[in-house]
Write a protein that binds this ligand. Structure first.
Ligand code: ZN
Length: 550
């Protein structure tokens, strides 16, 4: 070492000595500030509300239709959300909801499992081992921390978005598998539709999950009256086989169904009885279906119904002082605009009434009007006049209504109303633009800025003080890997998707693990597990650590 280097080292040592007390004082102060931030950020309850497939244009249109004053959601606008999939720029509901529920982006159709393909910006690559591995949701983490949990939807509750928070499978269309996992995940409150997927007579495995729910102690209710009367802290409310009616059609066509606001109110009043707090997910499911159909009436109907549910959640949160409310859609849909090609040259001179008056004349959505046409469709002009105030149908339009297949009338009449109200659409599919984020935090520590959909899961975990990755480690371990590594022999009782069951013999114990249940058997004796056993395929069967430890 030469003299010059020695001098430099001495100088560095001197600086370190002089500055170190000050440095540690700053660190201590920073740590206290950080701890205070974490403490201030923490709340007992989180309510996440998702208006599925709601583009910004739909929200603006609903606001004008409603008179122009701010909606409930406008009070808490805080940023933008990037919605893309792990591998493509336009999201599907299953991966978009998975991102919000688990903190990981994934692939089309995937519910609560890791992606098989990555490649988009900032998405980590995936090992073969981890492909399609279940990831714990914020609902599951909240439940394990002792909180009550709930889901509310206007679609069937087995549909992609509610399933993302309560079950795990790489195919959103497997309602029987997703529904069974939901039952055994023991959500305290589940309100929406989807009764038929739980009935033994309709299921491939013939298990009657409705009677199973009753055995578990749930109050199973079928009408809004029954729901309101229920005093139980465990409620399954399934008010239709497949989906609830749009809010605008409810009174006329299906008056025994509750509104989204009524379901949200019931869920909150039930879950808030838990002193440990709760997590609740509320989905305005059919905003998305309306956008697919390009039906502006149905969009307005269910965005305004959703906003009432937001108001209910916000009123509770403000009174409670210990609740975070987050509102964010999962992706855009339809490309809805106020103004279309017909307003290209005069857009700035068109009065509000030109857009809104044709919409105000509508009494039912494109779905609700379907049953008003008689079977031979001889009353098309009368129905369109009575329910839409449209008296200038062209011959082509009459023909189009006549030729519309059952179940898709909204795809035919939605564009007819749009044309008369100068509402534009670009697609019948989802769209890839960012979407608005709205957050309420009692101590003003909202999630802000342009964020990823995965940040919503991380923020919720943060404010509830739970750890998503640790919950995944606890709940989802591939038992096939473990027994293969230990050279333990095993057989399958069923290895199709109808009730697969794994049979293992080790240490003189006979262990059997049925899929999609939250229990297992040791020497024929039933043992309760911490989570649901998730069968993906014969090489991937995920169970909680307590089973693995055997
Ligand atoms: Zn969606």
């Amino acid at each position: 070492m030469n003299l010059k280097n020695k001098k430099v080292i001495a100088l560095i040592a001197l600086i370190a000595t002089i500055s170190s007390p000050m440095y540690s004082a700053t660190t201590k102060k920073n740590n206290t500030v950080k701890e205070n931030v974490i403490e201030n950020k923490k709340v007992k309850n989180v309510i996440l509300l998702i208006p599925d497939g709601q583009s910004m244009g739909g929200l603006t249109l609903a606001r004008w239709y409603n008179g122009g004053a701010p909606l409930a959601v406008d009070e808490i606008t805080s940023g933008l959300v990037r919605t893309y999939n792990a591998d493509t720029p336009i999201a599907d509901s299953a991966p978009a909801g998975t991102a919000m529920a688990t903190g990981y982006k994934t692939n089309t159709k995937y519910v609560g499992v890791m992606p098989s393909v990555t490649g988009m910006y900032n998405v980590p690559s995936i090992s073969d081992e981890n492909k399609q591995k279940p990831m714990a949701s914020i609902l599951e983490a909240a439940k394990l921390s002792g909180k009550s949990t709930g889901i509310v939807a206007t679609s069937n509750i087995q549909h992609a978005t509610p399933a993302d928070f309560t079950s795990h499978f790489p195919d959103r269309n497997q309602y029987e598998i997703l529904g069974e996992q939901q039952v055994y995940n023991r959500i305290d409150v589940a309100l929406g539709a989807g009764y038929k997927y739980l009935l033994g007579e309709n299921r491939k495995d013939k298990e009657d999950l409705i009677s199973e729910l009753k055995t578990m102690g749930y109050d199973v209710v079928r009408t809004d009256e029954e729901m309101k009367k229920s005093k139980s802290t465990k409620i399954y409310g399934l008010f239709a086989d497949d989906a609830l009616a749009y809010e605008m059609d409810r009174e006329t066509n299906r008056s025994s169904e509750p509104s989204l606001q009524e379901m949200t109110e019931k869920a909150i009043s039930t879950l808030s009885q838990d002193k440990d707090g709760f997590f609740l997910m509320v989905e305005g499911s059919k905003v998305d279906w309306a956008a697919h159909a390009n039906d502006p009436i149905a969009i307005i109907s269910d965005i305004l119904a959703f906003d009432k549910a937001v108001k209910t959640a916000l009123d509770f949160a403000k009174k409670d002082g210990n609740t975070v409310v987050i509102v964010a859609t999962d992706h855009g849909n339809g490309g809805i605009t106020i103004g279309n090609k017909d307003t290209s040259s005069n857009y700035d001179k068109v009065p509000l009434s030109t857009f809104i008056d044709p919409l105000k004349k509508a009494k039912l959505t494109g779905e609700g009007i379907e049953e008003k046409f008689n079977t031979d469709k001889s009353n098309i002009k009368e129905v369109m006049s009575e329910y839409y105030g449209i008296n200038d149908l062209t011959n082509e339009e009459v023909e189009a209504i006549k030729n519309t297949k059952k179940g898709s009338m909204n795809y035919t009449v939605g564009p007819m109303i749009s044309k008369r109200a100068y509402i534009g659409w670009t697609t019948n599919g989802h769209t890839g633009e960012d979407v608005p984020l709205h957050v309420y935090h009692p101590k003003n520590m909202e999630l802000k800025g342009t964020v990823q959909n995965t940040d919503i899961a991380k923020y919720m975990a943060n404010v509830l003080g739970v750890d998503l990755d640790k919950t995944t480690d606890l709940l989802y371990n591939n038992v096939i890997n473990t027994i293969t590594n230990k050279k333990i022999t095993y057989t399958w009782k069923n290895d199709d998707f109808v009730n697969p069951e794994l049979l293992i013999e080790t240490n003189g114990k006979k262990i059997s693990i049925p899929a999609y249940k939250d229990y297992y058997f040791v020497n024929g004796k039933k043992v309760q597990s911490k989570g649901v056993n998730v069968f993906i395929n014969k090489d991937k069967f995920f169970v909680s650590k307590d089973i693995l430890n055997l």
